[in-house]
Each structure stands twice: as structure tokens, then as C-alpha cells.
Design a protein around this ligand. Structure first.
Ligand SMILES: *[C@@H]1O[C@H](CO)[C@@H](O)[C@H](O)[C@H]1NC(C)=O
Length: 174
């Protein structure tokens, strides 16, 4: 009997594949850290960390002009990081692994208490942050400033440790 024609064999194969997908998803685990200031660890933020399952550290620094607290609520398809309040000039960050299929994306909702601002931004997406051939370098420590209008008219800037000009983007409201 040819095994490949056995429907049970095909079924087992499908189940194995499904299990593998579940396993890969389970690796996409998030840890959260509250930090009082931007981390100074040795992460280069350079052209590393783009392999599958690469560990990433996203940091958000509140530098809005009016000195307000920024509220941020980030989610991926698998993780909901909850509503976080970032006081002015403070940072908040989280760590995760890009999933096996490199489809990981974290989208955040930013709001302001008094100004009533409400905007969305994809704080991590593979096309921009984890693609070596992309128009912006791969980041392992992806450090974002919210509201750094002094360098750009765009509200979200991914900064570079070497002090070179940041990569700035408009909101992803859609
Ligand atoms: C913002 O925070 C940094 C790091 O804690 C600190 O060195 C700096 O003085 C602060 N800026 C202002 C204007 O308070």
C-alpha cells in the first residue's frame, strides 16, 4: 500500500503541520518592561536581528511638545499589551520575538488626555523594521520618539543610536 495515498497519512501530515504552526506562534511571546529612561545597553540597532524568531525590543519615548502624558495601547494578532500611560519624557517598552513566518506586527493606539488626540501607528512591522533590503535599517532595539517635532513635522521617529537623523513617519490612521 502506498503510504502517500493513505488518507490517514495525509491527515497526520496536516495535523503535524498545524502543530508546527501553533508551536511557531507560541514562540511569539511578549515581555513588558517599564523603564524610566531610554536604555543604554549595548544593542547596536544595526543590521542584525533579522533572522526568523529574532528577539526585538521596542521602546517608546514620550517627547510630545505640550508635556502631556501619552496613553498607548499596543496589540499584535496574538498579544494585547494593555493600556499604558507614559508620562512626559519617560519611556516604556516591550520585548518579543518575530514569528517564524515573519508576519508579526504590533499596532498601537496613541491618545492624549487633554488635547483629545487619537492616532494609530504600527510600532513594529517587518517590512520597515526587519527587512535588510528595506528603505530603513533593521532594528533590534527599535527606539521611537512620539512627538519629536523639532527634527521633523512627522510625529513618529525611529531614532539612531549613532546620532544620525531619525527615520520619521506619519500616523498609520486607517
Ligand atoms: C528627560 O529625561 C532625560 C533622561 O532621564 C533627562 O536627562 C533630561 O534632563 C530630561 N529632560 C528634561 C527637559 O527634563
Amino acid at each position: 500500500m502506498a503510504l502517500s495515498n493513505d488518507p490517514h497519512c495525509i491527515l497526520m501530515f496536516m495535523i503535524s503541520l498545524f502543530t508546527l504552526v501553533l508551536f511557531a506562534s507560541a514562540l511569539d511571546i511578549v515581555s513588558i518592561n517599564d523603564v524610566a529612561e531610554a536604555p543604554t545597553s549595548a544593542g547596536s540597532g544595526g543590521h542584525d536581528g533579522f533572522l526568523p524568531l529574532a528577539g526585538k525590543h521596542v521602546v517608546i519615548h514620550n517627547v510630545v511638545e505640550n508635556g502631556e502624558t501619552v496613553n498607548v495601547h499596543c496589540k499584535s494578532s496574538e498579544d494585547d499589551l494593555g493600556l499604558i500611560h507614559i508620562p512626559w519624557n519617560h519611556t516604556w517598552g516591550f520585548r518579543f520575538h518575530v514569528n517564524f513566518w515573519k508576519t508579526t506586527r504590533f499596532r498601537c493606539h496613541f491618545t492624549w488626555g487633554y488635547g483629545g488626540g487619537s492616532h494609530y501607528f504600527d510600532i513594529f512591522k517587518v517590512s520597515r523594521d526587519d527587512t535588510p533590503s528595506g528603505s530603513t535599517p533593521v532594528c533590534k532595539e527599535c527606539i521611537w520618539e512620539v512627538g519629536s517635532y523639532s527634527t521633523s513635522l512627522k510625529p513618529m521617529c525611529r531614532i539612531n543610536r549613532d546620532g544620525s537623523l531619525p527615520y520619521c513617519f506619519d500616523w498609520d490612521d486607517k
